[in-house]
Design a protein around this ligand. Sequence first.
Ligand SMILES: [Zn+2]
Length: 218
Amino acid sequence: MALRLVMLGPPGAGKGTQARRLQEEYGSPQISTGDMLRDAVEADTELGRQAAHAMQNGGLVSDDVVIGIVAERLRELKRVKGDGGFILDGFPRTAAQAKALDTLLAGRGEQLDAVIAITVPRERLIERLAGRLVCRQCGAMYHKKFDPPPPDGRCGRCGGRLYQREDDREISVSHRLEVYARETAPLIDYYRQAGVLREVDGDGARDEVLGRIRTGLA
Ligand SMILES: [Zn+2]
């Protein structure tokens, strides 16, 4: 089954993890915007050069460029895989991008099968993100509560010192969640009105959440 999915979810909701699980299960490739932009820049396509220019100047890559890159990638996937399935992760971010995606798909005679919005209570997200620790030396990730480091508080792999990233401090996490909620509210509304939104409770073990997504897709 060629699934055409969009995955939405706040930082810490496990969106990327679930997208990979769905890729394994349904065979539709996960397309993350970050990877896609990096690939386009590396391949030095016209759109890649425009994206690189925006990023070098500290600006945001414009909607037109992002949509152009998504269109290129979807064309390429269809050429290679034929069935036209995909799992978009990190795109669209705005209602304008969502409309552009719909237009793009309509031009291919396709439409989205579903938009999975993973929801997790704010306190749980803060607990997940603000508990993360990273090894300075090898980059290994730990979690104060869910995946604690060895008792000496050093990295279990290399003995390096662990630290909390600036982004993962509670105040930064709160801010990231607020920005996400504000930016995606119109997007969620857009997909709800289109009748493709499937809200999935992301509070629980990975397999449980995957089961709920499967139910949502059935
Ligand atoms: Zn380490």
